[in-house]
Write a protein that binds this ligand. Structure first.
Ligand code: AGP
Length: 609
């Protein structure tokens, strides 16, 4: 979604705000804008396209020397991608200037009400209506005017607002959209996520829903929109600057694919007791008894996170023998689900800010479920809304296409299923064996990554093809879905994932001469069935690309191209079989000349419904 940056301090705000926008650009990149408090009013510049376009326009502009400002990078919700619709937005008199992430659902009624009071509107946005509402309600106190306006809106918001009437005050507020406050010495940096803060301070706190913060250069007040004081919980940001730099790679997605071995070593570190054959998850210990006695687990999330949850279903039922279901969060939240006693709901989310997943979590809690979070972003809304949870610890994921977060989620789900299995019916020997397999995953991913050139070559052979199929069985059926999602979201090639057996029930009609059909055909319980499905595709002219186990001689008679992965226990195989699919998607996007890290229409975190 959109990215917000704000600064109040003692140095020039312009450069800091533009740099912050660049770090947030992965959140949304249709257009960008900046506002800096000047001596004679607010200096504002906006540009369609990337932040670099805004930077170019600023080069020619006078002003922008002030040390208080706000900025915004947009993922359009209301109104086309035009300069008029760019944030920041002001009221007609230019007295109030505001940036906003979220959706004001009742903005049309607000516009009508304001129109009757003489306000006019230049843009199609809900945000401009909010700026005018703050101006209408302003009575000498910007924070009070903001509170009064926010009490009138329904929907989600994270806002930063400044006013010419109070040129040394920055007010921010949130409900449903993430906003963090970085606490520096004599300065504050507010932003949608830590990546725009860590360059200035690693002390920060996240605003909770209905929180408001009023900042001056030497004061801070955190309260609710009902003017009740709130004590912020300042934490140390784990993300380090080098983690959000490209570090010699061409793209964040490339970096994040190749850093999976290191990231997963961090995910596993300190959580495995090899000698005892136990998994140690501190975040679950307080609820271990309730978890061990769970009668049902529900995995929920969206996109890649949901695919990880689908793998979790196989793992929990195999290792922990607990009935497990998987639900799209967006469906779960609205279907009035039956949540019986002993149900545990697991919200899976890299960003920890996905609106549908957060709402599904709230629905589950309302119905009495124990709420767990499997989240990457420390201090994110979902992580603060759960009863317990496990952080991925894979480091910030900047590329819009999720890669290391997926393998991190699967690794955490594997550990959780062993954590519970060991406390239930799983033997110590089986647990020790799986732990050994899990510990070997990072090195085995390294081996897969060494084949990057071959994977690129196979991808290049089919780069003109507009339709691909991805098929797998068992625990690799969700891996096939993930491979299809990766390809379509960054190369814009249409791709469909499915259980291999399902192909015969319709999709086989899609098989035409040369159609790329990717099969996850590693050694597993249904290997011969996969070979049969491969034969059905080849008999109709499909071109079969098989992800297969090193040393498998038989597959050579069945596949046109083979991408090898090391041998591994089948339940853990998605951690390896997904890597060639990630790389194929990366190279397909590259070869098609697309922006790998900022694919069209997408954003890294979907904080609106
Ligand atoms: C994955 O590549 C996509 N970017 C998207 O499906 C993503 O997984 C989904 O939006 C969920 O995001 P979350 O993990 O931050 O909740």
């Amino acid at each position: 979604m959109c990215g917000i940056v704000g600064y109040i301090g003692t140095v020039s705000a312009k450069g800091l705000l533009v740099e912050g926008l660049k770090r947030l650009e992965y959140r949304g990149y249709d257009s960008a804008g900046i506002a800096v408090m000047g001596d004679k009013g607010i200096d504002i510049e906006r540009a369609v396209g990337r932040v670099a376009n805004l930077e170019g326009k600023l080069e020619g502009r006078k002003g922008f020397g002030g040390s208080l400002g706000i900025a915004h990078t947009r993922w359009a919700t209301h109104g086309a991608v035009t300069e008029t619709n760019c944030h920041p937005h002001t009221d007609n008199a230019g007295k109030i200037c505001l940036v906003h992430n979220g959706i004001i659902e009742n903005y049309a009624a607000i516009r009508t009400w304001l129109g009757k009071r003489g306000h006019t509107f230049n843009s199609e946005t809900d945000t401009e209506a909010l700026a005018c509402l703050v101006a209408e309600l302003y009575d000498g106190d910007l924070e009070a005017a903001g509170n009064a306006a926010l009490k009138e809106v329904t929907g989600a918001y994270a806002i930063a607002v400044i006013s010419t009437e109070e040129p040394d005050v920055l007010v921010c507020a949130r409900k449903g959209g993430p906003l963090m406050v970085g606490v520096g010495s004599g300065e504050y940096v507010v932003a949608s996520d830590p990546s725009a803060i860590v360059a200035h301070t690693n002390r920060a706190f996240a605003l909770d829903d209905y929180n408001v913060v009023r900042l001056t250069r030497d004061s801070i007040r955190t309260s609710t929109i009902h003017n009740k004081d709130v004590t912020p919980k300042v934490m140390m940001l784990e993300a380090q600057l080098e983690e959000i730099e490209l570090g010699g790679f061409d793209h964040y997605m490339q970096k994040e694919i190749f850093e999976q071995p290191r990231a997963l070593r961090t995910t596993l570190r300190g959580r495995i007791d090899r000698d005892e054959g136990r998994i140690v998850l501190g975040g679950l210990l307080n609820n271990a008894k309730e978890l061990v006695r769970a009668r049902k687990l529900i995995m929920t999330g969206q996109g890649t996170a949901l695919h990880a949850g689908m793998i979790g279903e196989y793992l929990f039922e195999d290792f922990a023998k607990i009935p497990t279901e998987v639900e799209y969060a967006s469906e779960f939240r609205y279907r009035n689900p039956i949540v019986e006693e002993g149900t545990v709901v697991c919200a899976i989310s890299q960003s920890g800010e996905t609106a549908d997943t957060l709402a599904a979590l709230d629905e589950a809690k309302d119905k009495g479920a124990l709420a767990l979070g499997i989240v990457n972003s420390v201090g994110s809304t979902i992580s603060r809304s759960t009863d317990a949870g496990v952080y991925l610890r894979v480091g910030p994921e900047i590329g819009v296409a999720s890669t290391k977060a997926f393998t991190g989620q699967v690794a955490v789900l594997t550990m959780m299923s062993l954590f519970l299995g060991r406390r239930r019916l799983m033997s110590v020997e089986k647990c020790k064996q799986m732990i050994g397999e899990l510990e070997g995953v990072p090195d085995k991913i390294e081996l897969v990554l060494q084949q990057a050139d071959q994977i690129k070559a196979v991808t290049e052979k089919h780069i003109e093809k507009e339709n691909w199929l991805f098929m797998g069985r068992g625990v690799n059926y969700p891996t096939a879905l993930e491979g299809a999602l990766k390809l379509k979201e960054i190369s814009y090639i249409h791709a469909e994932g499915m259980p291999a057996a399902e192909m015969k029930h319709g999709p086989i009609a899609l098989i035409t001469d040369g159609l790329p059909a990717v099969f996850i055909a590693n050694q597993g319980a249904q290997y011969t069935k996969v070979l049969a499905n491969i034969a059905e595709v080849r008999a109709r002219g499909g071109h079969v690309i098989a992800v297969a186990t090193e040393g498998d001689a038989e597959i050579k008679d069945h596949a046109d191209d083979i991408l090898w992965v090391p041998e591994i226990a089948e339940p853990l195989s998605p951690l390896l079989t997904v890597v060639p699919l990630q790389l194929m998607a990366y190279y397909a996007a590259l070869l098609r000349g697309h922006d790998v890290d900022k694919p069209r229409n997408l954003a890294k975190s979907v904080t609106v419904e």
